[in-house]
Design a protein around this ligand. Structure first.
Ligand SMILES: Cc1cc2nc3c(=O)[nH]c(=O)nc-3n(C[C@H](O)[C@H](O)[C@H](O)COP(=O)(O)O)c2cc1C
Length: 448
C-alpha cells in the first residue's frame, strides 16, 4: 500500500483497495450529495468522490472514515489492529511533534480583504432539517495564547454572509478555553480551518486530549505532520490541506446557527453562537473540498468510535484478557458490542457491567460469541433474536448517568443502562453449531 501524506494520496489508496465510489453523474450540493453519500456509507460501498457537482467548481470528497475497513486503510493496518493502533497513538508518550515548513501548496491561490467571498467555497446543505449551508468537514486549528501549543477540533459553521460564519462551540472545548484565558477574553481570537486532509489528521481532531492533536496525527504517520504559518493569522496549519480559511472568532458578536443533524440521529437545536470573520481563503490548484455528512457514520466514527474503543477494551480486558470490543456507528456511541469465548455462564454480565462503566455515553451493551461478526448489524440482530432469553439474560441499571444529549435520558442525562447477554447458553439447550456460509467476492461470479 502506498504512503498516505495527504487527501490525494489517501484517495489513491482507496481507489487501489476498491474503497472509492467515484460519482461522475451530476449531483446537486442541496441535499442530493448528502443523500448519495449517506447511502454509500450505509452500504459500506466506499468513500464518495463527487466529480460533477452541478453548483460547485471543485470536486467534493466525503466518507473518509465510515467503517473499520476504511479506518484500517487510513491507519495503515488490518481491521483487527485498529484498536491496537488507536491505543498506541493516543498514548501521549508516543506523540510525534509537527514540523514547521516555509511554504504550502494551499498558498497557490488566495483571496483576502475586499475580495473575500464565502461563496467561493462549495458548502453543501446536507440534511433536510439543516438550517443552511454548514461547513462540517473542516478541522479547526487554534493556538494556546499562553502555552503556545496547537489544538485541533471540529466545529460546525453556518454560512451567514460573504464574510461571516456562525461558529458552534460547546462549553468545554479547548478553543473556548484558549480565548477565555486571555487578558481580554472578548477580543477577536485567530483560528484557521483546514479542509481536505490526510485522514490521520481527521482522526486526531476527533480526540479530546490536553495535548496538541497533531502529535497524534504524527504518531499515526510515524513522522511529524508538516505545518505552515497562516497568511493572516498566527496559527500553524497543516501544509498538505487542500483549502484553508483563516479568520477571527468574535466571542461576543453572536448569531443564531442551526439546527444541524446531530450524532444521536436527530436534528439539534439552534444555538446563539460566536461568529467567525474570514480574513483569507486559500486553496491549492484544483482543490478537493471535503465534507462530513452530519448525524451519520463518519461523524460518529470520528467522535465516538475510534477515540473510545481503546478505553472500552481496557475496562473489559481487566476481566477477560481475550475479549474484543466494538462501538458500532449505527449505535451513535450509546451501544457497545463485546465479543468473547464464553466460559462461565455469569461472565458475560460482568463484562457488560465493566463496559457500561467505561464511558458515560455507553448505555446499551451486547455480549456475543466468536461466531457472530461484531461489525455486521444483521449478525448482532441474529444473536439478539436467537440467543437472548429476555427474562434471564438482561439486566438494567435505572437512574444511571449518561450523556445529556442521549435521546432516552432526562435533561441531565439520567437514563436506564442495559446489559444483554446474547451468547449461546449451551447448558440451557443444545443446538449444535451455527449455519455459516463464508463470504464470497461476488465480482468473479456476476457479470459487470
Ligand atoms: C464530525 C464532528 C463534528 C463536531 N462538531 C462539533 C461542534 O459543532 N461543536 C463542538 O463544540 N464540538 C463538536 N465536535 C466535538 C469536538 O470537536 C471534539 O470532541 C474535539 O475532540 C474537541 O477537542 P478539544 O476540546 O481538544 O479541542 C464535533 C466532533 C466531530 C467528530
Amino acid at each position: 500500500m502506498s504512503e498516505i501524506t495527504d487527501l490525494r494520496s489517501y484517495i489513491e489508496v482507496l481507489r487501489d483497495e476498491g474503497q472509492l465510489a467515484e460519482v461522475a453523474a451530476p449531483v446537486s450540493m442541496k441535499h442530493e450529495l448528502a443523500d448519495v453519500a449517506a447511502s454509500l456509507a450505509r452500504n459500506d460501498t466506499g468513500a464518495g468522490l463527487f466529480t460533477n457537482v452541478t453548483d460547485s467548481p471543485w470536486p467534493i470528497f466525503c466518507g473518509s472514515v465510515t467503517s473499520h475497513r476504511r479506518a484500517a486503510l487510513a491507519l495503515g493496518c488490518e481491521v483487527s489492529e485498529v484498536i491496537e493502533v488507536m491505543e498506541r497513538v493516543l498514548d501521549p508518550t508516543n506523540g510525534v511533534a509537527p514540523l514547521m515548513v516555509d511554504d504550502a501548496p494551499w498558498k497557490q491561490n488566495s483571496i483576502t480583504g475586499d475580495d473575500i467571498d464565502t461563496a467561493a467555497l462549495p458548502i453543501p446543505i446536507h440534511s433536510r432539517g439543516d438550517g443552511g449551508s454548514f461547513i462540517t468537514g473542516a478541522v479547526t486549528v487554534a493556538k494556546d495564547p499562553i502555552g503556545g501549543r496547537g489544538n485541533l477540533g471540529y466545529n460546525r459553521m453556518l454560512r451567514l454572509s460573504p464574510t461571516r460564519f456562525g461558529f458552534n462551540v460547546n462549553e468545554w472545548r479547548d478553543v473556548g478555553t484558549f480565548w477565555k484565558s486571555r487578558e481580554d477574553p472578548d477580543a477577536p481570537f485567530p483560528i484557521a480551518l483546514a479542509i481536505g486532509l490526510d485522514p490521520a489528521i481527521m482522526i486526531a481532531a476527533g480526540v479530546k486530549t490536553p495535548v496538541d492533536e497533531l502529535l497524534i496525527a504524527g504518531a499515526i504517520r510515524g513522522k511529524g505532520i508538516e505545518v505552515c504559518q497562516g497568511l493572516t493569522v498566527d496559527v500553524a496549519i497543516p501544509a498538505a490541506a487542500e483549502i484553508v480559511v483563516e479568520g477571527l472568532l468574535h466571542p461576543t458578536e453572536r448569531e443564531m446557527e442551526g439546527p444541524l443533524a446531530e450524532f444521536h440521529g436527530y436534528h439539534g437545536e439552534a444555538w446563539n453562537s460566536p461568529t467567525f470573520e474570514v480574513t483569507a481563503i486559500s486553496w491549492r490548484d484544483n482543490p478537493i473540498y471535503q465534507t462530513i455528512i452530519p448525524g451519520w457514520y463518519e461523524h460518529i466514527y470520528l467522535g465516538n468510535v475510534l477515540p473510545r474503543e481503546p478505553l472500552l477494551r481496557r475496562f473489559v480486558r481487566h476481566l477477560d484478557a481475550s475479549a474484543d470490543v466494538h462501538i458500532p456507528p449505527y449505535g451513535n456511541g450509546f451501544l457497545a458490542i463485546i465479543q468473547i469465548d464464553r466460559d462461565n455462564p455469569g461472565t458475560p454480565k460482568n463484562l457488560a457491567m465493566a463496559a457500561l462503566a467505561a464511558h458515560i455515553n455507553i448505555r446499551n451493551v451486547i455480549v456475543i460469541d466468536r461466531d457472530v461478526d461484531m461489525y455486521e448489524a444483521a449478525e448482532i440482530q441474529w444473536a439478539l433474536t436467537n440467543r437472548v432469553h429476555w427474562q434471564d439474560d438482561v439486566f438494567t441499571v435505572p437512574h444511571a448517568q449518561g450523556h445529556e444529549m442521549d435521546p432516552t435520558a432526562d435533561m441531565r442525562g439520567v437514563s436506564t443502562k442495559v446489559g444483554i447477554d446474547a451468547t449461546y447458553k449451551r447448558e440451557r439447550r443444545e443446538y449444535g453449531t451455527r449455519v455459516q456460509y463464508p463470504p464470497i467476492d461476488l465480482s468473479s461470479y456476476l457479470r459487470p
